[in-house]
Design a protein around this ligand. Structure first.
Ligand SMILES: [Zn+2]
Length: 415
């Protein structure tokens, strides 16, 4: 079977290195969204599109699109995000954008129109590292961006989100209009690094991704009684700090019990001095599972067990939800196609659930979507040490190229 012109993985990697040269440094990638490094990354992408005779277009949410006209529509969209966390890695997001460019380049240089229009998309502000709202551009596209919830946000320098976006040509109130493009797109696929250790540990070079985990993030606050560390007998204490510490250990156990992951990433004691029993303590808990039922069970167990700890230690407990998202399943047929492409290109037959969120999860709410993962060396990401062995990069890029070519040649249901 002919799959169309092959992607040149070496050129994709050369583009990634050039991007790193322009926007990276000794501390890692500096492409914080809406800032100078991010704009420099986009101007490189604009130059590379121009080499193919294509124009970069921006929608109302600041997403950047570049289309190679095919024989028909709606388009197959491919891409990821160029923005990074501060001091981030060179591949997170950038890999998917440059691989998408590689797919467009393959058709363009072969001088044949693809059977279906191919559209590259660079989603704006995937990371949410500046204003705390991740998946900005892709959620504007999918229709879940609640502008009123964003209006009050400020960055670390106290600058309002509206002002920063305006400087980049984006009016916050108009951002949801980016959803107007949905009708032009049939499906979306994205290549991304795994950002975890599983593929490397299993010696695999690529994997299909079946979806993204659901997340329950909650704040548990214990109120006991602050008292003197020397004069309060052990059996007379209402130690909120130890209640929180016990809760953190219990939360860890709950993640293991349900086959999910659970994290207490923040724990604070008040007054937080060595000479007093902590009167108040607070922990932030993040629970994740690919199955909605199991995620609900994890949360149910956490609530019941943390309540019991509070009661036993004579503390009051306040539980407040911080943020939640349901698990998202990618389109089964696209996942199967991704799996097939990975198997053929790399010999690795593996399907993973992503423990992190991605733009594809937002897109999957409204269109068939799927992802391919490349391994991450030592599982490290969001850090300057983030890397992938070159042979693995080549294999992942080729698997993604094969997937995109197949989808563009057929196999997509009309939407
Ligand atoms: Zn990413």
């Amino acid at each position: 079977m002919s799959d169309g012109p092959a992607i040149d993985a070496g050129r994709v990697i050369a583009d990634l290195r050039e991007l790193d040269r322009r926007t990276g440094g000794p501390d890692g990638a500096q492409r914080l969204c809406w800032g100078e490094g991010w704009r420099a990354a986009r101007s490189l992408l604009g130059e590379l599109l121009a080499e193919l005779g294509l124009e970069a277009e921006r929608d109302e949410a600041g997403n950047l699109w570049g289309s190679l006209e095919g024989e028909g529509g709606p388009a197959l969209a491919i891409g990821s995000h160029l923005d990074s966390v501060p001091d981030g890695g060179w591949l997170d997001g950038a890999l998917g954008v440059m691989a998408a460019l590689g797919v467009l380049r393959a058709w363009s240089e072969a001088g044949v129109a693809p059977p279906r229009t191919l559209t590259l998309v660079d989603w704006a502000d995937e990371e949410g590292a500046r204003f705390g709202r991740s998946l900005f551009g892709s959620s504007a596209f999918s229709g879940t961006l609640a502008v009123d919830e964003l209006r009050g946000l400020r960055d670390g320098d106290g600058r309002p989100i509206g002002d920063v976006l305006s400087e980049n040509g984006v009016e916050l109130d108009r951002a949801p209009r980016a959803g107007g493009r949905r009708g032009e797109v049939a499906a979306y696929v994205e290549l991304h690094i795994e950002q975890g250790p599983v593929l490397e540990a299993e010696g695999l070079r690529a994997a299909a991704v079946s979806g993204c985990v659901g997340i329950e993030r909650h704040r548990f606050r214990f109120a006991g009684q602050a008292s003197h560390a020397g004069t309060t007998p052990m059996d007379r204490r209402r130690d909120a700090g130890l209640a929180a510490a016990e809760a953190a250990l219990r939360v860890e156990e709950i993640g293991r019990r349900h086959g999910g992951v659970s994290t207490t990433g923040a724990l604070a004691f008040e007054p937080g001095i060595p000479t007093a029993v902590a009167g108040q303590a607070e922990l932030m808990v993040d629970l994740r599972h690919p199955e909605a039922g199991e995620l609900a069970a994890m949360l149910g167990d956490a609530r019941a067990e943390v309540e019991a700890i509070a009661a036993r230690r004579g503390c009051e407990l306040e539980m407040r939800p911080v943020w939640r998202i349901d698990p998202i399943r990618f389109d089964p047929e696209l996942v199967a196609a991704a799996r097939q492409a990975c198997t053929e290109a790399t010999g690795s037959d593996r399907v993973l659930t992503s423990g992190a969120l991605h733009d594809a999860a937002e897109v999957a709410r409204v269109l068939p979507a799927a992802m391919v993962f490349c391994p991450s060396a030592a599982g490290i990401s969001h850090a300057k040490e983030e890397d992938t062995f070159e042979a693995d990069l080549v294999a992942g890029i080729e698997a993604f190229g094969l997937l995109a070519h197949r989808l563009v040649r057929g196999g997509l249901q009309p939407t």
